[in-house]
Write a protein that binds this ligand. Structure first.
Ligand code: HEC
Length: 406
């Protein structure tokens, strides 16, 4: 019963997490857009009120006129809308999912003995240390003298984030490392809202209410954190979908792929932010596409692999799959964590095996992510027998379907 309940919790948690994330990133994209499209106010009475910029827009059949004040308005308007629960609820649902899938299910999703053999308790402690430590180091850096120079801070942060990607991949399964990379950056983003941006805004509001000039340093600090959040967004979103792409996280150089794609995401965001302001140079996009190509080309599978070394029959492969895969990949899995075949993949009969031959080969031989966490302890010899069977099979297929001159 428990695995079934966990399935539902995971489904509902994910549904909620995506909706909260859309609301958060959506509003944050909108405000970056708004800020970058401001024009000086046309009416002098607006300038006199303290308005520094305005935007006209049309959406959903209505015309909107947004105005940005240079500092706080003279009288605090009621109600004043704050944007914070989008961020907080995204984080809370994210940590809930992380704990449910990757911490509670550490042996399946987080630990890979071929990377590092650690106990679930150790793995979860490390995960929490990465998330908490990530924020502490980041926050200290921003508050240190380095934090006064935005460019140097950005360079140091980029190096540390790359180090983080590398370190996580030395400790966790590729998939677990990627999701924790996202969790560390996502936590920094939400903590920026919670510990810096919102408290700064509260101080500015209370200063305005007491008729004092608000201290501009709160605005400056908040802006710095919010710029970092902007550039973390696309890398974090890549990580959130990466678990569907073993070609990235399961590669030997998974940490390098993670760094390259994160950099590509940040560059693409950079371009869009610049474009809102007017004409933007295209080089960040070209560089980002170059990075993606530089990752994709070497990852491409080699054409036909070397000739099969041994004749391996379908029956033999069926035997391997029965002992290594079917505890999970059956209509009624016997592996306790699942109540339905994971990924919808069933491998009980020879027909099912033949129909899924390519996926079996990819998951077991190419990316080697199956059996997940190698919980059923498949041997190298069994992997290579699956490889021989598959290559012989595709060789005969291409020979029979050969071109006329072949
Ligand atoms: C301990 C349970 C377990 C075992 C054993 C296991 N798998 Fe899986 N398999 C999973 C899970 C969980 C997923 C879904 C992964 C995900 O969430 O993306 C999966 C997904 C798959 C997929 C679909 C992947 C995709 O994204 O298209 C294939 C194919 C697959 N497994 C093949 C195998 C083969 C072949 C074996 C045996 C060599 C095997 N699995 C053993 C748990 C297992």
């Amino acid at each position: 019963m428990l695995p079934y309940i966990i399935d539902w919790l995971s489904l509902l948690g994910r549904w909620f997490h995506i909706i909260a994330g859309i609301a958060w990133i959506g509003s944050s994209f909108y405000f970056v857009w708004l800020d970058n499209h401001l024009l000086p106010p046309r009416e002098t009475q607006d300038t006199d009120k303290g308005v520094g910029g305005e935007v006209w827009s049309v959406h959903g059949g209505g015309f909107y006129h947004a105005q940005k004040y240079i500092s706080a308005p003279g009288v605090m308007p009621e109600p004043l809308h704050w944007f914070k629960w989008e961020a907080y609820s995204t984080w809370m649902s994210g940590i809930f999912l992380l704990a449910l899938m990757y911490w509670y299910g550490a042996e399946i999703y987080l630990i890979d003995p071929s990377v590092l053999s650690i106990s679930p308790l150790m793995a979860v402690s490390l995960a929490i240390a990465f998330i908490g430590g990530g924020w502490l180091i980041y926050d200290l850096l921003c508050k240190s003298p380095l934090g006064k120079n935005d460019k140097s801070l950005a360079i140091v942060l980029a190096l540390l984030v790359s180090l983080l990607a590398w370190a996580l991949c030395q400790v966790f399964s590729g998939r677990g490392a990627y999701i924790h990379f996202g969790a560390v950056l996502g936590t920094i983003m939400v903590a920026n809202v919670f510990f810096v941006i919102i408290p700064g805004q509260k101080r500015m509001v209370s200063a305005a209410q007491e008729g004092e000039a608000p201290d501009p340093q709160y605005g400056i600090k908040g802006k710095q954190r919010s710029v970092h959040n902007t550039y973390f967004t696309l890398p974090v979103l890549f990580v959130m979908i990466s678990n569907h792409y073993a070609l990235t996280y399961a590669h030997t150089y998974n940490w390098l792929i993670l760094i390259a794609l994160s950099l590509a995401g940040a560059l693409i965001r950079y371009y869009f932010v610049a474009r809102h302001k007017g004409k933007a140079p295209i080089w960040p996009v070209l560089f980002a596409l170059g990075l993606i190509a530089a990752v994709a080309v070497p990852l491409a599978p080699a054409g036909r692999s070397e000739a099969p070394t041994a004749e391996v029959s379908l029956d033999e492969v069926h035997g391997i799959i029965l002992s290594r895969c079917v505890s999970c990949h059956a209509e009624q899995p016997t592996f306790a964590a699942y109540t339905s075949p994971p990924g919808g993949v069933m491998l009980e009969t020879t027909e099912q095996i033949q129909a899924q031959a390519q996926r079996i080969y990819e998951q077991t031989v190419v990316s080697r992510v199956m059996p997940i966490g190698n919980l059923t302890q498949i041997t190298e010899d069994e992997r290579s027998r699956i490889a021989s069977w598959y290559t012989a099979r595709t060789a005969t297929e291409t020979d029979t379907a050969a071109e006329p001159d072949g």
